[in-house]
Write a protein that binds this ligand. Structure first.
Ligand SMILES: Nc1ncnc2c1ncn2[C@@H]1O[C@H](COP(=O)(O)OP(=O)(O)OP(=O)(O)O)[C@@H](O)[C@H]1O
Ligand SMILES: [Mg+2]
Length: 283
């Protein structure tokens, strides 16, 4: 399919979105990369393709398990045709490990851990936790189920449905990661609604951009874990002169590439490795 004749709608951080007719969108997954919340000008070869093919793989597994998704077709390795839906303005977070902002909130006494969880950094939670944040505000803000109801975004029974789908998706993705020697620490998903108010999984899933993946062979509770895909770039930037461990302000877009070819190539390999290990397929 030629997307050049399609009306360009907008660019997200990673995807370019085109109008593909009345009730369809064409997502072009790009090779754009961010680190430390800064958009880099460097491109990672094959990253877009990996994100697109991993999402397509996951969405296909979802359909087979009774989870409805927005996937219609993959006309090209980095392009996905999807159903255009009404966006539910929340991000749904699934957590399997005590990490990131959840760990920070735990340290401030704001989180009650599932019973039996070790209170140490990067400990496995005794059961998965689902949380919600806003999506369309300048900064994602943690919200409660009650907030979602009072904003009129979802009814109580719809929240239950969203939680149920998120946990089922967690099981599907965790099965793949386990086989691959990868830990799915946490992830974020988005949902939309169709004309009949049916809740449908949208955006992307099982990608290194939407999941926090760790290499199981390097996992050590009580410590900061290496990110499976971003660590090479992150380590380089932290060593880099000029960046000086003080990255530009979050939200900044750099205009000049700053990564050496070797770092780009290694990162690209990492994305491809994630695809091959999670799906068990050759890239
Ligand atoms: N089926 C769909 N219908 C309508 N909008 C969708 C659908 N699937 C995903 N989206 C939206 O399209 C955008 C995808 O682009 P991308 O992921 O690059 O954006 P982003 O910069 O991450 O933006 P955001 O912070 O809003 O997620 C997201 O805003 C997502 O919410
Ligand atoms: Mg996104």
């Amino acid at each position: 399919m030629n997307y050049l004749g399609r009306r360009f709608l907008r660019s997200g951080k990673v995807k370019d979105i085109y109008d593909a007719g009345e009730d369809q969108l064409l997502f072009v997954y790009t090779d754009r990369l961010s680190s430390h919340d800064v958009m880099l000008a460097d491109k990672v070869p094959h990253k877009g393709e990996v994100l697109c093919r991993l999402s397509a793989y996951c969405f296909t597994n979802c359909s087979a398990s009774g989870i409805e998704t927005h996937l219609i077709d993959v006309p090209d390795q980095n392009k996905m045709l999807v159903k255009k839906l009404f966006l539910i303005p929340i991000e749904v977070i699934g957590r399997n490990y005590l990490y990131g902002s959840y760990w920070k909130r735990f340290q401030c006494g704001e989180v009650t851990l599932p019973e039996g969880t070790d209170p140490v950094l990067a400990a496995k939670l005794s059961e998965p936790v689902v949380e919600f944040t806003t999506k369309l505000e300048a900064k994602d803000r943690l919200i409660t189920e009650q907030d979602i109801i009072s904003y009129g975004w979802l009814k109580p029974e719809e929240i239950e449905q969203v939680k149920e789908i998120t946990l089922k998706l967690n099981e599907l993705m965790s099965k793949d990661s386990k086989k691959a020697g990868i830990i799915l620490a946490d992830f974020k998903v988005e949902f939309g609604k169709d004309e009949a108010d049916k809740i449908i999984l949208i955006d992307e899933a099982e990608t290194p951009d939407s999941c926090r993946f760790w290499d199981a062979s390097k996992y050590q509770p009580g410590k900061t874990q290496e990110s499976f895909d971003k660590q090479i770039v992150r380590d380089y930037l932290e060593r880099m002169k000029g960046w000086d461990k003080k990255p530009p302000k979050a939200g900044t877009k750099l205009t000049k590439p700053i990564l050496p070819d070797e770092i780009i190539q290694k990162t690209s390999q990492r994305y491809i490795e994630a695809y091959e290990r999670l799906t068990g397929r050759k890239f």
